[in-house]
Ligand binder design. Structure first.
Ligand code: ING
Ligand code: ZN
Length: 302
């Protein structure tokens, strides 16, 4: 496996739709700052009944290249296991998977430009001062926005924007998920690196009403991950595991009432960081798939 530029990911999305017309559609649900179309793959069986939903987004941060690779792996894997696995067949009847392979498309394309842009994190919007680019999309959601773990300096990597949901990429998710919030059982947002499973809330003064269950399900997912290649994932809220933050999409989703909301921080632990060697893409995806499937299956069975 190897990472690929956005155009190829977009072509891949079209190919998946062509290969599985009965199960997959491509849905365009917003525009980036630079007016690119944000799209997701909707995967599930068409049934008469009202379906529940699972959210997964990858590539909200531009430099975290393993994340879009994981979304593609995840889609390939659920479509493959659907052919033979009774549990996946059952889930495809009951839920639709909404998978966005690259949310921050402008940023992702920018990191493919040259060696000086490879480690760009934010989107590419022009800030409040000249030549000051990028808002951290994972600080821009309407969840205790602008309170902890953010900067109001537009040159900072954790610049939270001028207002909650000021950015078109955050607006797209907020609108799409927010208008269907009762359908969503699960909200998974995929990052790297650090090998963590983070749960709400990033703000130290708030505790999720189902914190105990989120911890238990997260720890069981970490156990499932460890079984695949022996890698350890730490589980907890961001203030407990590292440091507080506000305005994350995970916290926003939980505040909307979506019960199982998690951030995945994929491989590695810092040896290669965002520049994960190609020979680790496959094992990183395999183990994270196992963890994600555990959470999704649990949420589905509730
Ligand atoms: N990490 C996330 C970020 O938005 C996070 C999540 C928040 C981790 C706070 C730890 C503490 O910063 C990455 N890698 O983007
Ligand atoms: Zn990130």
């Amino acid at each position: 496996l190897h990472t690929i530029p956005y155009d190829i990911i977009s072509d891949w999305m079209n190919q998946i739709v062509k290969d599985h017309p009965d199960l997959v559609t491509r849905v365009e649900y917003g525009k980036t700052y630079e007016k690119r179309t944000i799209s997701l793959l909707k995967i599930g069986l068409n049934t008469e009944a009202k379906k529940k939903a699972i959210w997964m987004d990858c590539g909200i941060h531009a430099r975290e290249w393993i994340a879009p690779a994981f979304c593609q792996y995840f889609v390939n894997q659920i479509l493959q296991s659907y052919k033979t696995d009774a549990k996946m067949q059952e889930m495809m009847k009951n839920v639709d998977f909404y998978v966005t392979p690259v949310l921050n498309i402008d940023g992702y394309i920018y990191t493919w430009k040259d060696n000086t842009t490879r480690l760009w994190r934010k989107n590419r919007s022009l800030g409040p001062s000249p030549d000051c680019y990028g808002t951290d999309l994972n600080r821009n959601f309407d969840a205790n926005w602008g309170t902890v773990g953010v900067s109001f300096n537009c040159s900072s990597n954790i610049f939270c924007g001028t207002n909650a949901t000021s950015e078109p990429e955050a607006q797209a998710v907020t609108y799409f998920v927010g208008t269907r919030k009762d359908d969503f059982l699960c909200f998974l947002t995929i990052h790297s690196y650090g090998q963590l499973l983070l749960l709400p809330y990033g703000h130290p003064n708030y505790t999720a009403s189902n914190y105990e269950e989120l911890m238990k399900v997260g720890q069981d997912a970490a156990e499932a991950i460890k079984k695949v290649h022996g890698q350890n994932y730490r589980v907890g809220t961001s203030p407990d595991v590292l440091y507080p933050n506000s305005g994350s999409s995970r916290d926003w989703a939980r505040m909307q009432g979506i019960p199982f909301s998690y951030t995945f921080e994929l491989r590695d632990n810092g040896t290669f960081g965002f520049q994960l060697p190609e020979d680790q893409i496959q094992p990183a995806c395999e183990e994270a798939y196992s963890g994600a499937l555990h959470i999704i299956t649990y949420a589905h069975n509730q």
